[in-house]
Design a protein around this ligand. Structure first.
Ligand code: FES
Length: 370
């Protein structure tokens, strides 16, 4: 990067915006809050550079400084910092900025510079013989993916080779129309040779629709066996004490199928969960149903799903029924993952999933979202 200084030869005549630019400047400055007009300095310098044949002279900077009530040194600082501002006269047809930063350098920027030296001038910031072209090396211009590249005024020309760059310079010098962007057969910055991902055309078809997956109906209650006592209306959940050294499974749901001589059951299981019962934890998925895909809960991955199964959680409706005490209980079982349940709103997500919601119902939605 070269040192950026004001040109030693400066015009003696003062600079002034033409009528159109003066009206534009007035409108632009008015867009800023009172006392912040200096924020318009870059926009005004750029406009002045366009009017002043592509460069900002000292009279230009001082005119802008006066207009914005800025100390001249502040305007000099800005103009000498940004390579978008030219501090010396440039080619009338094109001033070519060649990116020389690493990605462009690795892909041939040095060869592009040699083309400039051969076709324009050996040294940057010098005009060619008829004053129509000039060039310089600049730092990254933000089109690295299409390296190597150059910028001319507001346009970039990318994926250049020495041959295509020579043609570009010839076209600019001759005043022929040139096409900005990649100079090879690729669209914008897509991969060489075409897209390699998301190539399924139906993804972009308005025909593509999603079908809502309804939750399967709950299984019918098991018919009482001949040996079972008639009054038992529903599967009975019996508490089973966990071994002292394996506190993970705290309560196991079990369908009572013992004959009448087993301990008599006086009442059907209460619909409401007793406050002290704790969350329902199962050794395996309920009889007749498969484990739910707990990975559908946002934040639960395969490893987390295994852990949940290990502590006795297999179904969305188990999670959907948790109260604050249950969450605390399960949180303690999920060592190392404290707070996940509340933070990721598992209960809310599980309620939605147990009602039949599935991610494919709504792209970008997650079960916790209403
Ligand atoms: S390195 Fe050349 S555009 Fe970024």
């Amino acid at each position: 990067m070269s040192v950026r200084r004001l040109d030693p030869v400066q015009p003696t005549a003062p600079f002034k915006f033409n009528a159109e630019n003066a009206a534009w400047a007035k409108k632009t400055i008015a867009q800023y809050p009172a006392g912040k007009q200096a924020s318009a300095v870059i926009a005004l310098l750029w406009r002045a550079q366009e009017q002043n044949e592509g460069w900002v002279s000292r009279p230009v900077m001082e005119y802008i400084g006066d207009m914005l009530s800025m100390a001249f040194i502040r305007v000099y600082e800005i103009a000498t910092f940004y390579s978008m501002f030219q501090l010396s006269p440039v080619g009338k047809k094109a001033h070519i900025q060649v990116c020389g930063t690493t990605p462009c350098m690795l892909r041939g920027a040095e060869d592009l510079k040699k083309v400039c030296q051969r076709k324009i001038h050996n040294d940057p910031h010098h005009l060619n013989a008829d004053g129509s072209l000039s060039w310089e090396e600049v730092e990254c211009l933000g089109a690295c993916v299409n390296a190597p590249m150059v910028q001319v005024w507001k346009d970039t020309y990318e994926d250049l080779t020495p041959a295509s760059f020579e043609k570009l310079i010839d076209d600019l010098a001759a005043g022929r129309a040139v096409k900005p962007g990649p100079q090879i057969d690729r669209q914008h910055s897509m991969a060489f040779g075409g897209a390699t991902a998301l190539t399924d055309k139906s993804l972009y078809s308005k025909q593509r629709t999603f079908t809502r997956v309804e939750a399967p109906p709950p299984p019918p209650p098991a018919a009482p066996t001949a040996a079972a006592p008639a009054p038992v209306a529903a599967p009975v959940v019996a508490a089973v004490a966990a071994p002292a050294n394996a506190p993970v499974i705290s309560r196991v749901a079990k369908v009572e199928t013992t004959p009448a001589k087993a301990a008599p059951v006086k009442k059907a299981a209460p619909a409401a969960k007793p406050a002290a019962a704790g969350p329902e934890l199962l050794k395996k998925p309920r009889t007749g149903s498969k484990a739910d895909d707990l990975k559908l809960i946002w934040g639960v991955g395969p490893a987390f799903e295994k852990l949940l199964n290990k502590v006795g959680i297999w179904h969305f409706d188990q999670i959907a029924s948790w109260n604050a005490a249950d969450i605390k209980h399960v949180d303690a079982l999920l060592k190392g993952f404290h707070g996940r349940i509340a933070r990721d709103e598992w209960v809310k997500q599980a309620k939605k999933l147990s009602r039949g919601w599935r991610p494919e119902n709504s792209i970008g939605d997650k079960p916790g979202k209403k």
